[in-house]
Design a protein around this ligand. Structure first.
Ligand SMILES: [Zn+2]
Length: 774
């Protein structure tokens, strides 16, 4: 007797879709999880007829102290309350406060793994705390009256004397200063780099002014504290910014330069004119100019003035080391200056690739979303380890080695990071998602478009991500989170919000929707939410609304769970038709009988002496009867049977068909389309693409019938590796070994100190900077 435990029976029952005993239905609609549609956000995923968003316009004066690496600023903000709500206070973001010694970002850091501590980290642990963070020197209203304000870690509440009514605006002023972080010790998205050889500084300045927190219909004030990982949620506005720097600095900035005659040398302005007509980048400040510049120390300052319209943030970079190249890019009747700024340490890589990659990005991203809306698109080499994005301008890290050589990884790392960071102009700088809440909405979507752009750069471009097969290891790892995890909480941001989300979109485009439907729906999402703030549900709903395909099962599985794809072809059964025709069926039955294996006893009994040999009279009718012999009676009976059939029923008796039943098991949990390559013994093959809905009534095991006159030799599940199937060993019938090389190592003993002592001293090889993207 076989006993099943109750628990096992429960598990066995839960495999079915949704039944009395089982709540698991992977195709259940998402309405129970998504927010209820309303007049601000519709059920179709479009902005509703009462959609609103706040607006903040800034006028800022800022000065960089190049001796003390300090920033001092004053701003006048006009805040437009476009919401239907009356506001009693405003919230500002004070991102610099994560560098305060007692900040949550500092105190909630957990201990490093002391088995492997990099030297710089160890040295950092011993340093005195950096006196970082904003010093807010005044908060006043338009009339100059002091305003009560309360700093809450990385946020500041400003209390209003009079309630701010719907449709009203409010003007106020803030003055501040802070010590700029040294990116060597406090790496992040902003800071300065000191070049020891010439004593000069390069500044990349971002999150450098108190910015309005976003207030919107889904979260109210988005003032979730900044812990360093979740990026920024911001309002659009117009900026007028006056940047005062040492007089020999070159400034790269969000916005359009308003006073070129005051800050640019005549020869630079002349070269800019030439660049207007050029089809490739033109040097504005040459390497020779920059090297000359490095040698001088300034005596005074200059103020660069930039204006930017309808941007959600403002960043700039400044240094006397900058080389500057530019090319005017025209698309759809709109001009954009594609430009790069870099120190000589960036060459020869930067002069060859940076601006080219900027122009390439404007072309490819516009194809999949909308025309680039701004007047400049800038790539700056400085301070960040990987790259970091702001409106119209981004910072990118990769550089060649000191001897001007570079690895392939650095070369493609630079091209890829420029594409990625310039690409962020579209997501989230224009499609303004809430980064503090959802990293995937900008990083996943942007990484996806980055991959498409890389593939348009050159054949066999070495994209690090993109193909579904690149995510399989992460999908089965125990640090995998659902994509729908808050930005500050995600365990591995790169694998999750970038990579997993990106691969999901690729699977959607190539396998589930197809390129035509996907691209149409994605265009619609970009069009609907350009200069607005979408949430995940707006994306999910728009992609379904515009494609006409129910994708709730895919959002549920890929975005809300940690399930992975592992579909196993467990078994294949072959059925052939019983035609009832005795002339066909009886010989076939005889053949089957003959093919049955001889049992061990039968083999051994062959020479056994039998009783019937001694008494032949024991044999009667049945000893001669051949059950497989066809008789005339059989034939007459068959004829009568066939004559009694309707003509359409008769066609079912056509001989020669094979009925293959393939049994599949879903081991990983994710439901996915079944892609089957069926190869026949005659050398031909079929490709079957079966939608994921085949799993809708049983998402653990299903069987699929394939009818053919041919004989199957081999079946392969997911032959082109497009579903991120994590285990390929069960993808074949018959099973076959999955080839992978195993590396042979010669066991090496650590040399003993005496052996080492006899070796000549060897120079240490130079190391490459690592690359990462933000
Ligand atoms: Zn990014």
């Amino acid at each position: 007797m076989v006993k099943f435990s109750v628990a096992l029976l429960g598990a066995a029952l839960s495999i079915y879709a949704q039944s009395k005993n089982s709540p698991i239905d992977k195709f259940r609609q998402l309405e129970e999880i998504l927010p209820t549609p309303n007049e601000y956000r519709t059920a179709s995923g479009a902005p509703g007829h009462k959609y609103w968003q706040q607006r903040a316009d800034y006028k800022i004066k800022v000065e960089i102290d190049d001796v003390n690496q300090k920033l001092t600023g004053a701003e006048t903000i006009t805040y437009h309350n476009n919401s239907p709500d009356t506001l009693m206070y405003l919230w500002m973001q004070l991102d610099q406060n994560i560098w305060e010694p007692g900040s949550d970002a500092m105190t909630t850091r957990t201990a490093p793994d002391f088995k492997q501590v990099p030297f710089r980290m160890a040295a950092g642990l011993l340093r005195d705390p950096f006196p970082g963070g904003y010093k807010i020197t005044s908060v006043t209203d338009a009339a100059g009256g002091k305003m009560p304000h309360t700093v809450v870690k990385t946020m500041m509440r400003i209390d209003l004397k009079d309630p701010l009514l719907p449709g009203a605006k409010f003007v106020f002023n803030i003055a501040w200063n802070y010590n700029i972080t040294n990116s060597k010790w406090l790496p992040g998205r902003t800071g300065y780099e000191r070049f020891d050889k010439d004593g000069n500084y390069l500044y990349c300045l971002a999150q450098w002014f108190p910015r309005l927190a976003a207030y919107y219909d889904v979260y109210g004030w988005q003032h979730k504290q900044f812990l360093g990982q979740g990026e920024f949620t911001l309002e659009f506005g117009d900026y007028h910014v006056e940047i005062t720097v040492p007089e020999d600095h070159v400034v790269a900035s969000t916005g359009v330069l308003q006073n070129p005659a005051q800050v640019l040398k005549p020869v630079w302005r002349e070269r800019l004119k030439q660049a207007e007509k050029s089809t490739k980048p033109v040097m504005i400040v040459t390497e020779a100019d920059a090297i000359e510049n490095e040698k001088h120390k300034p005596t005074g300052t200059k103020t660069w003035v930039f204006d930017a319209q309808n941007v959600r943030d403002f960043a700039f970079a400044t240094s006397r080391k900058f080389i500057w190249d530019a090319q005017l890019h025209t698309a759809g009747g709109h001009n954009t200056w594609a430009m790069s700024y870099y120190p000589k340490e960036g060459n020869p890589l930067w002069e060859r690739y940076s601006t080219q990659a900027v122009v390439h990005t404007l072309n490819t991203y516009s194809k999949y979303s909308f025309l680039y809306p701004y007047a400049t698109a800038i790539s700056v080499n400085g301070v960040v380890n990987g790259g970091m994005e702001y409106p119209m301008l981004c910072f990118n890290g990769p550089r060649p080695l000191e001897d001007k050589t570079y690895s392939s990884r650095t070369k493609y790392g630079l091209i890829s990071v420029v594409i990625h960071e310039v690409g962020h102009n579209y997501f989230p700088m224009v499609v303004n998602s809430d980064e503090r809440q959802w990293t995937w909405m900008d990083e996943g979507i942007n990484s996806f478009l980055q991959y498409l752009s890389e593939q348009e750069w050159e054949p066999d471009y070495p994209s690090r991500r993109g193909e579904p097969r690149t995510i399989t290891e992460y999908m089965t790892s125990d640090i995998q989170d659902p994509i729908m995890t808050n930005s500050e909480t995600i365990l591995n941001l790169g694998s999750n919000a970038y990579h997993k989300a990106e691969v999901g979109l690729n699977i959607l485009r190539e396998t589930i929707l197809g390129r035509e439907l996907f691209d149409f729906a994605f265009h619609e999402y970009a069009r609907r939410w350009k200069f607005k703030r979408p949430t995940p549900s707006d994306f999910f709903r728009t992609m379904e609304d515009a494609s006409g395909v129910d994708l709730d099962w895919f959002w549920r599985g890929w975005f809300y769970t940690t399930d992975h794809t592992d579909i196993s072809l467990e078994n294949v059964r072959l059925y052939t038709l019983d035609t009832k025709n005795p002339d066909l069926e009886k010989p076939a039955a005889k053949q089957r009988k003959a093919e049955e294996p001889e049992s061990v006893a039968e083999q051994r009994n062959k020479n056994l002496h039998r009783r019937i040999e001694d008494y032949p009279e024991l044999a009667d009718f049945y000893n001669k009867f051949d059950e497989y012999a066809v008789t005339e009676k059989d034939r007459a009976e068959y004829k009568k049977f066939v004559d009694g059939l309707e003509s359409d029923e008769k066609s079912a008796l056509t001989p020669g068909f094979n009925f293959y039943v393939m049994d599949f098991k879903n081991i990983g949990g994710l439901v996915m389309p079944l892609i089957l390559k069926i190869e026949y013994t005659d050398g031909s093959s079929d490709l079957l693409r079966i939608p994921a809905e085949i799993w809708r009534k049983n998402n653990v095991q299903i069987s699929k019938l394939h009818v053919t006159r041919k004989e199957i030799k081999q079946i392969t599940v997911d032959p082109f590796l497009e579903t991120a199937d994590t285990n390929l060993t069960n993808n074949f019938f018959p099973r076959k070994p999955v080839k992978s090389p195993f590396q042979l190592f010669k066991e090496q003993r650590e040399k003993n100190p005496m052996q080492k002592d006899k070796e000549p001293a060897a120079p240490k090889p130079a190391t490459e900077p690592t690359s990462g993207q933000q």
